[in-house]
Design a protein around this ligand. Sequence first.
Ligand SMILES: [Zn+2]
Length: 242
Amino acid sequence: MDKKKNKGKKKEIDRKTVVRREKMILVAIVGILIMVGAFFVIRLLNPVSEEAFSEEESSGEELNVGAETEESPVPRPDLDVQLLTVNEYSRPEIPTDTITGIVVHYTANPGSTAQENRDYFESLKDSHETKVSSNFIVGLEGEIIQCIPTSEIAYASNSRNSDTVSIECCHPDETGEFTEATYDSLMHLTAFLCGKFGLTADSVIRHYDVTGKDCPKYFVEHEDAWLQFKADVAAYLEEYGV
Ligand SMILES: [Zn+2]
């Protein structure tokens, strides 16, 4: 008799346990549903949040950009950062040595824009036509496109690729003379880079000074204009105490 009674009690306890467990599971499911629902409601009420996220992402990308946000006593000019795809023809992703100079070039392609020159460098990854590129390109309107971080070499200045930063400049005609807008942007960018790498205007050179090539043409053929450019960079640096 006692045993039977016990069995009956045990069954009742088992049933209670099962009911309690079922209740707990139900509560958990309802809880999860409420949380999922709340999540979607918050998402619906805040459509901006996703935009804010992508904005954050893109500004993160800009921070990455050749570390050009690193401090220089000279204000950074506006840079249109369009880094080339890493490839062995224009952006080999080889780290530079310590930067000891800034090299000025001209495109030797009258009337071409900064964007066209940048796109040409980019196209080399497919055409394999030649190995050429530049860290920066200054356009006819003074716009500056950055193609390669200054921490990586560009294929521009031959034996000085590894310890210089290269700047290509667009020009409207065969004389190779820069527009005023190009000249001003080149001057600001050069001064900014001098400040960033602790250099003076004496470290600013022409491609000509490396290889004897007629580049940048106008500054090779007009030594006085070249000296004036370096003096302008020096004066600008002085304004910022460099
Ligand atoms: Zn050159």
